[in-house]
Design a protein around this ligand. Structure first.
Ligand code: SAH
Length: 223
């Protein structure tokens, strides 16, 4: 990739990114490693060039197929929760690769990221970005995230970037002891971010703040 495009200029420059990080700190994001991952990941490369000038605003933006790239605050927040202050996190599963931004942030913080996307064209574009950015510890595949990815389970954390009426049972099954599932739960009108933590075999549920996500849908879209 063209290195000027990668570094960014004007509204996609390093200074613009610094302002975003400043804003996330003001909103309560504290983990230095998470802030550093946001600072060093070029979000403008995960969206259409026509929208790139808005990449470092704290907003969600369209990525095609009726989907969106999550707001940086929510990516940072879910990442913080998934890491739960742990120094070393081995394996994380993400449901809903989308443009790949959340996976790219995670790839800088954990050993291995597994990510599932149900819309094939989005998956192909995300994979290309991982390659261009040299992010080698992300495995992404086409699939229905409701079914998890049992081959690599158990996971220290699972992040779902799409809302469901309740946590998919298979995802809870794939949590390691001490592992946490972070996901929005609710319907199209009302949703809250929740965590499900596996402790001594039991699942402990906790409700956090209100959020807004696209729905977790069944099946896959090949074209
Ligand atoms: N992680 C993305 C957010 C993408 S939006 C980011 O970093 O911005 C949510 C994504 O979840 C969409 O791409 C949507 O297609 C996908 N999705 C919805 N239901 C799914 C399912 N059952 N399995 C896998 N992906 C799903």
């Amino acid at each position: 990739m063209n290195s000027i495009r990668q570094q960014g200029i004007g509204m996609t420059s390093q200074r613009t990114r610094e302002r975003l990080v400043q804003r996330l700190m003001e909103q309560g994001i504290r983990q230095v490693a998470v802030l550093e991952a946001i600072r060093t990941t070029p979000r403008h490369l995960f969206i259409d060039e026509a929208l790139a000038h808005r990449a470092y605003e704290d907003v969600s933006l369209p990525i095609g197929f009726g989907q969106t790239i999550s707001q940086p605050y929510i990516v940072a927040r879910m990442t913080e929760i998934a890491l739960a202050g742990r120094k070393h996190v081995e394996r994380v599963l993400e449901i809903g690769t989308g443009c790949g931004y959340q996976a790219a942030i995670l790839s800088r913080l954990v050993s291995q990221v597994y990510s599932i996307e149900r819309i094939n064209p989005l998956l192909s574009r995300a994979r290309k970005r991982f390659q261009d950015l040299g992010l080698k510890n992300i495995s992404a595949r086409l699939g229905d995230g409701n079914e998890g990815w049992p081959e690599h389970a158990p996971y220290d954390a699972i992040i779902a970037a799409a809302v469901a009426p309740e946590a998919p049972p298979e995802l809870l099954r794939e949590l390691a002891e001490g592992g946490v599932l972070v996901m929005p739960v609710g319907d199209s009108l009302q949703q809250e971010l929740r965590t499900y933590t596996r402790q001594r075999g039991e699942i402990i549920e906790q409700a956090l703040e209100p959020v807004r996500f696209v729905p977790l849908l069944d099946g896959v879209v090949r074209q």
